[in-house]
Design a protein around this ligand. Sequence first.
Ligand SMILES: [Fe+2]
Length: 216
Amino acid sequence: MVSRSDKSEKRGASYSQLEDGTQASRPILHQKSPEIQPYGKIAKLPIALDEKVCAASAENLNQLLADTMTLRDLYKKHHWQVAGHTFYQLHLLFDKHYSEQNELVDSIAERVQSLGAISLAMAADVAETTLIPRPPRGREEVPVQISRLLEAHELVLKEARTMARQAAEQGDDGTNDLLVSDVIRTNELQVWFLAEHAVDEPLVRAEHAKAASSGR
Ligand SMILES: [Fe+2]
């Protein structure tokens, strides 16, 4: 008769047989080491651009990255918190702009990496770097949400134009192109779509019709 302890020994043996030969495939966990490239340092790539030019562009782009990430997240906040009779259209518009800003975030960050630098990534670092004022956690009225977004766009546009000129002067055409073709054009278009919501238009009856019917 096979005893209970014999059975468990057998089971143990078969488990270890299952693991035989898997040593090389085992994940190595809890690894730590110092960073291989500190933030702010350039690991030069063969892109025919001077290291100093790369460093200057990367520094500018990281500021723009922090502000673009903040603007992107402001759109998501407002996408969630918008209220009132324009809820549905603004809910959708805010999310569309969020997605477009998210694409810009990736393009800016990858431009920084292409210059041999390190892009900002984590929320805490972004919060320390951005120049866009921190909004309250709670819900704000729609006109305040729109004003806040418009002011953030203007800050981004102002710095992007200055950075584009600096990149052009230094011969960094790739950065200049990203700033002009993607960042500036996208932000300008979004400002138009937003700003039209801040025009004080009557909802149902035209003001002139109201004045005419009251005999004024
Ligand atoms: Fe959503």
